[in-house]
Design a protein around this ligand. Structure first.
Ligand SMILES: CC(=O)SCCNC(=O)CCNC(=O)[C@H](O)C(C)(C)COP(=O)(O)OP(=O)(O)OC[C@H]1O[C@@H](n2cnc3c(N)ncnc32)[C@H](O)[C@@H]1OP(=O)(O)O
Ligand SMILES: CC(=O)C(=O)O
Length: 629
């Protein structure tokens, strides 16, 4: 392969060349010249150390989501998914993107063919492989041939560094394993590749037989490896032991070190950072920590910590603010739920529920936030629940309710949560409550939304609509199947409308009858669709007689909002949630939020953008919250 272009080899601490000049293809040249800081910096600079015009990187990130990440249970990426993800990582500014193991399966081989035709813009693409098989020559090994056929500028070779693995898993001698490492690295170097040597089980090997683990590194170094990456493959090592072993390795080699950790002891990120402090310059990991068993070290958490906590540059300027978007994009592509509690990027990473927290946060955000969420492209959320204080409501609703009205509203929220309501996912219902509280405070009169929430006063006449009665009949007749019909009587626009509709279930029939009744006065109501419906049994041991909570989500195609109903009768709970979903819309609260002033400040509990309609992942989906950033 190659077009005869020589690029400089990667870093040697002494500034000298790491090996023979490499003949690389166009992609390699682009990566060397254009990667953020240049993974293999121009003019023989250390990887991550750039030439004129770009800022050097202190730590080089290496993403293995497309290889190690796919070893997670439950992930299955198509070829198109892999290509999309690789391009996104490239655009984000990850210097090394490991695309897969071409000797493993046809999909990975095809992936590299696609990227040969349309290379990445800035990142250096890496093919993964293992050392040659015991007792076979490297140049006859089909797995190594596949790695070369991938035609990438860099190849990552995994080799055993734990003596027990050599004798048990490989079933060969310690000397033969050293030869496998040496000959494989040398073979790939002869073919002009930058070689990243992943010393599998280095830390377990170092604990069991340090001399042998270090001898494996020496074999790779002698053969010209450009990076020696120390792997905590079983993920069970503690940070102190990681640091000690990294220092021991650093004392024995002149090749830059990297770290590759797994999260089996919940220490993947901590161990990676400990390794950086002890001298590693490359960090391998995966987006969202995807990986075999408990996962790999989460590269996004590592990047944020390096940049924000350790003052080590590892991303191009401005990239950090795209961290949350990259994480959500990757979850979407992987078809996995986005982990809400993920550090920095999760929907809950800056979500505040406790009243005491919110009260202090309003005085000074740093009192309950370790960093500004905007720095990683995330936003603050304040939730309303039975754990709220007035500060939560003030934050979410704006400030036009006086303190006594806020206190009354808060008491009502807490009482309703005690009955089984949950406002976290129901900003529509909260908005109706607040609207009523505001109207009551303005007029000292009764509440006005017509909401079906439990209240002492009856529905007031100025509500968008008021239920007079409904009846739902469900019948099953042999041969005819089931039939459901709802009739409804509502006061709307000053008169009583009586309609009926059929549906494929009782909720559907009731929904259809209500819309029919409303559509003459409110033709817009047809734009509102129910997009989610969830039922939760609140007291499981009461069996079918239990109270249930129904949460529905509606959309008008642009925004989404949630409403909630609670009853021992599932139909009644559904009616409450459905009717409030429409009331919220008809009162214009979906657009204006809870009050004009708060809405103008972008501060109300207004509806969320509809991510599906917008065609992409939107902000957090739980609501009754103000989302900032
Ligand atoms: C720590 C890591 O994550 S390393 C990456 C692990 N990832 C994967 O295994 C996913 C991709 N793997 C595959 O597609 C397949 O396992 C393949 C193509 C690599 C091999 O498939 P097979 O030839 O059928 O072998 P199988 O998977 O059953 O066993 C693995 C073989 O590799 C050998 N092996 C393990 N590590 C190494 C190594 N570093 N160098 C050389 N050979 C190795 C094993 O000894 C075993 O050989 P054996 O069959 O002679 O006992
Ligand atoms: C190389 C690798 O994936 C590991 O050792 O975990």
């Amino acid at each position: 392969m190659g077009d005869g272009t020589a690029v400089r080899p990667p870093h040697r601490p002494d500034g000298g060349p790491a090996g023979d000049a490499q003949r690389l293809d166009g992609q390699a040249r682009r990566a060397a010249a254009g990667a953020p800081g240049g993974p293999t910096g121009p003019a023989g600079r250390p990887a991550g150390e750039a030439g004129a015009g770009s800022t050097p990187l202190d730590v080089v990130l290496y993403d293995t989501t497309l290889r190690d990440g796919t070893q997670r249970a439950g992930i299955h990426l198509t070829l198109a998914d892999k290509v999309r993800l690789a391009r996104r990582l490239d655009a984000f500014g990850i210097p090394y993107v490991e695309g897969g193991w071409p000797g493993s399966n046809p999909k990975d081989a095809a992936f590299f063919r696609v990227l040969q035709d349309q290379p990445l813009e800035r990142a250096r693409l890496v093919a993964f492989t293992s050392t040659r098989r015991p007792g076979h020559a490297a140049h006859h090994d089909p797995v190594l041939a596949a790695a070369l056929a991938a035609a990438t500028p860099a190849v990552c070779v995994v080799g055993k560094a734990w003596d027990r693995h050599v004798t048990v898993a490989l079933g060969t001698t310690l000397a033969e394993n050293l030869a496998m490492v040496r000959e494989t690295v040398a073979f790939l170097k002869e073919h002009g590749r930058e070689v990243i040597f992943d010393a599998e089980h280095f830390f377990d090997g170092f604990a069991a037989n340090p001399d042998y683990a270090l001898a494996v590194l020496a074999a790779a170094e002698e053969a010209g490896a450009d990076w020696l990456v120390l792997c905590d493959t079983n993920g069970g090592t503690l940070p102190g032991a990681i640091a000690q072993a990294v220092r021991a390795a650093a004392a024995c080699t002149r090749v830059p070190l990297g770290i590759h950790c797994h999260d089996d002891a919940g220490l993947g990120v901590a161990n990676s950072l400990a390794a950086v402090e002890a001298g590693c310059r490359m960090v391998q990991g995966t987006v969202n920590g995807y990986g075999e068993r408990c996962g790999n070290a989460n590269l996004l958490t590592i990047a944020a910590n390096l940049e924000l906590k350790m003052g080590r540059r590892c991303l191009p300027p401005g990239a950090l603010a795209g961290l949350t978007a990259l994480s959500r994009f990757t979850s979407e592509v992987a078809n996995l739920p986005h982990r809400e509690e993920a550090p920095y990027v999760g929907a809950n990473a800056f979500a505040h529920k406790a009243g005491i927290h919110v009260s202090a946060l309003l005085k000074e955000p740093a009192l309950y936030e370790h960093v500004d969420p905007a720095r990683v492209g995330n936003g603050r959320r304040v939730l309303v629940s039975e754990l709220s204080g007035r500060a939560n409501l003030r934050y979410v609703l704006g400030s036009d309710l006086d303190e006594p009205a806020l206190a009354r509203l808060l008491a009502r929220v807490k009482e309703l949560e005690h009955q089984g309501y949950q406002f976290e996912g129901a900003e529509g219902t909260l908005a109706l409550l607040a609207w009523e509280a505001r109207r009551a405070a303005d007029s000292s009169g009764p509440a006005a939304s017509g909401s079906t929430l439990p209240r002492s006063a009856g529905d007031p006449p100025e509500a968008p609509f008021v239920l007079e009665s409904y009846r739902v009949t469900a019948a099953h007749e042999p041969g005819a199947g089931s039939r459901v019909e709802a009739t409804i009587k509502v006061r709307v626009g000053g008169r009583v409308v009586h309609t009926a509709a059929e549906g494929n279930g009782p909720v559907n029939a009731l929904d259809a009858a209500l819309r029919k009744a409303l559509s003459e006065v409110y033709p817009d109501v047809q734009q509102v669709r129910l997009v989610d419906y969830k039922v939760r049994v609140l007291e499981g041991d009461a069996g079918t007689g239990a109270r249930v909570r129904v949460l529905v989500e509606c959309t008008d195609g642009r925004r989404r909002w949630g409403t909630v109903g609670v009853s021992t009768n599932i139909l009644e709970a559904s009616w409450h949630a459905l009717a409030d979903g429409l009331r919220y819309y008809l009162l214009g609260l979906h657009a204006s939020g809870l009050n004009a002033a708060a809405a103008a400040a972008g501060a109300s509990g207004e509806a969320r953008p509809d991510a599906d309609a917008a065609g992409g992942p939107g902000p957090a989906r739980t609501a009754a919250s103000r989302v900032v950033g």
